[in-house]
Write a protein that binds this ligand. Structure first.
Ligand code: NDP
Length: 313
């Protein structure tokens, strides 16, 4: 066993957060999970928190509205992973994370902070379109606060969560694959990157005490999962033994449809736009100040998209 850390996971009952708790325990870290008083009588969350406790995690009470409680929680650990949500709600996630940065600064003992990123690298999205660019801009504000405060960090660029993207054959509004038809973004040939959510958590936990990823971005690019939408569809067609009827949506048609949606929908669709029309996840080489997860941690046997798709048969 290598060095083990004390890890605090914030947002531990969330979609990616619960997997981070599981991976942290599995990899043998002393795992703490923030228990917010604001969850009140949300029985599902309470049950989940207590199931973490039964598996060996420590629950630590703290609120974003109580700076002292955050500082006290942070003092128990060396590593903090934030997995709060906020994809569509302007200033929600950013405010929470800026409060957290203030608390980390005051606590003064944190050896690594992983903010709530887990998607497209915001540093590469300076030219993203409105209104979806807000999510990238907000994440950059948090990054600046972290770096200005001199807090040691790792940014995890997880690319596409498989559950959201693979199941629906990359189509917005779908999380299950059709056996009849699919709409392709343009020619459907821009490469994207898909990662199983448990694998995202496993890679994330691997990195927390790895000196090679200190103050760097960790990109999750499992090689077999760098695929175009068309390739994902072909894998599904091979599994079901049938060709889907395909239609294509041009870039301009997509933008026109997007403009008719409400703000939150537009923010979400902006991500699809940059991923599937511009290939923003895979159209660059990983440069300096960055590492690639499957190269650093070959021991993680990641789930390939073709195997992931088998759950839908
Ligand atoms: P969730 O929507 O599941 O929420 C995560 C947790 O945030 C909640 O369980 C809760 O944790 C905490 N939270 C929510 N609201 C508040 C609040 N007002 N105050 C304090 N805490 C709050 O988040 P996801 O797991 O979907 O998203 C986590 C990250 O992953 C985000 O940065 C997001 O951008 C990214 N993401 C990436 C995707 C991709 O395809 N790459 C897809 C989806 C998300 P608790 O109650 O336990 O405290």
């Amino acid at each position: 066993m290598g060095i083990k850390s004390k890890v605090l996971i914030i947002g531990g009952t969330g979609y990616i957060g619960k997997r981070l708790v599981k991976a942290s325990l599995q990899q043998g870290h002393e795992t703490y999970v923030l228990q917010r008083p604001e969850i009140g009588v949300d029985i599902e969350k309470i049950e989940m928190l207590f199931s973490f406790k039964m598996q060996g995690a420590h629950l630590v009470i703290g609120s974003f509205d109580d700076h002292r409680s955050l500082v006290e929680a942070l003092k128990k650990v060396d590593v903090v992973i934030c997995a709060v949500s906020g994809v569509h709600i302007r200033s929600h996630q950013i405010l929470l994370q800026l409060k957290l940065v203030d608390a980390i600064k005051e606590a003064g003992n944190i050896k690594r902070f992983l903010p709530s990123e887990f998607g497209t690298d915001p540093a590469r999205m300076a030219d993203a379109i409105e209104p979806g660019r807000v999510t990238f801009d907000d994440k950059m504000v948090v990054r600046k606060a972290i770096e200005d405060a001199g807090i040691p960090f790792t940014y995890v660029s997880a690319n596409c969560f498989a559950g959201y993207m693979v199941g629906g054959l990359c189509q917005p509004g779908y999380i299950l694959p059709s056996r009849e038809s699919v709409t392709l973004f343009g020619d459907g040939n821009k490469k994207s990157i898909f990662v199983d959510e448990d694998d995202i958590a496993a890679y994330t936990i691997k990195t927390i005490d790895d000196p090679r990823t200190l103050n760097k971005t960790l990109y999750l690019r499992p090689p077999a999962n760098i695929l175009s939408q068309r390739e994902v569809v072909e894998l599904w067609e091979n599994l079901i033994g049938k060709q889907l009827h395909k239609t294509s949506l041009s870039e301009q048609e997509f933008l026109n449809i997007m403009k008719e949606q409400d703000y939150a929908e537009q923010v979400g669709l902006t991500h699809y736009y940059h991923i599937y029309y511009h290939g923003c996840l895979a159209n660059f080489e990983i440069g300096k100040d960055a590492e690639e997860a499957s190269i650093l941690y070959p021991e993680i046997k990641y789930i390939k998209v073709e195997d992931y798709l088998k759950r839908y048969l």
